[in-house]
Design a protein. Structure first.
Length: 276
């Protein structure tokens, strides 16, 4: 490298795409030049790559070698990788694509969650999953497919093996409450996630209480026994309650008076007495 004059970074050997199996090591390697030595950064799907126990990157100023190593690669690491180099004279970048050589059955990494929303408020149901090839994603409410409409929108974003899908409802209504399910299907299989959405509607009740009825029992005699007596030459016609128990009256029915005891009225015999 020329130390006397500043030169913009140049990638002599750009990084190349790679294809790996799950759990294998993924390596990205590039060689660049530039003076003073450039500042090197790595990006995954336009997001900065952060070093951790699974991701390591290194830049050797002497050789100009820039390396990114993913120790245990899996589906979320698939996508576009970019290496940028910057110094006082300029900048440069190179990109490549990482992919997997095997298909992946859909599997949710972030499932739907229960939500409670006030009437008129917006709500978003969101999930994340991995799958390859790209899955077909379907949404259901109470086991019925959700139709396309302006008020309820389904959005799906796919980046290599990683997919995000969400259902957006602009203004919650009473009919929006219920059980929601998202299903992902591809050639390797299917997976689903389910959660409930509860709409809160102040001043409304979900069910009405049954009307209260006060039941009062009364005794209605179905027959009367007529007793006939002949006394002193006159015919006396007397009405007698039927055999059985009469109804009792409680203090609430009699204005607070004592309870009347039930009684049994026996049948009366009819006597004919000859008067002399």
């Amino acid at each position: 490298m020329n130390s006397g004059q500043a030169t913009a970074p140049v990638f002599v050997q750009p990084i190349s795409s790679c294809a790996v199996l799950h759990g294998e090591v993924a390596r990205f390697h590039a060689i660049l030049s530039g003076s003073p030595p450039p500042y090197v950064r790595w990006f995954h799907n336009r997001h900065p790559v952060r070093p951790d126990k699974n991701v390591v990157f290194h830049f050797d100023e002497a050789t100009g070698a820039a390396t990114l190593i993913i120790v245990d690669a899996f589906a979320e690491h698939a996508g576009q990788y970019t290496c940028t180099a910057t110094n006082t004279a300029g900048d440069a970048a190179t990109s490549s694509i990482s992919s997997w050589t095997e298909n992946i059955k859909p599997s949710f990494t972030k499932k739907l969650k229960f939500q409670s929303v006030l009437e008129g408020d917006p709500v978003e149901l969101r999930c994340k999953l991995v799958a390859f090839p790209q899955p077909t994603i379907l949404w259901f409410q109470n086991n019925r497919a959700i139709p396309k409409e302006q008020r309820r929108r389904i959005c799906t974003d796919s980046r290599a093996h990683l997919h995000t899908s969400c259902l957006v409802i602009d203004s919650i209504r009473e009919k929006d409450s219920g059980s929601y399910k998202v299903m992902a299907l591809n050639s390797e299989g299917s997976a689903e996630s389910t959660a409930s959405l509860l709409g809160e509607f102040p001043g409304k009740t979900s069910s009405k209480e049954p009307p209260q009825h006060r039941i009062r029992h009364s005794f209605e005699p179905q027959s009367r026994t007529r007793a006939i007596q002949i006394m002193r030459g006159e015919l006396v016609d007397t009405l007698v309650p039927p055999t059985g128990t009469t109804s009792s009256m409680t203090p609430s029915d009699t204005g607070g008076q004592a309870k009347a005891e039930s009684f049994v009225q026996p049948q009366r015999d009819v006597h004919f007495q000859q008067m002399t």
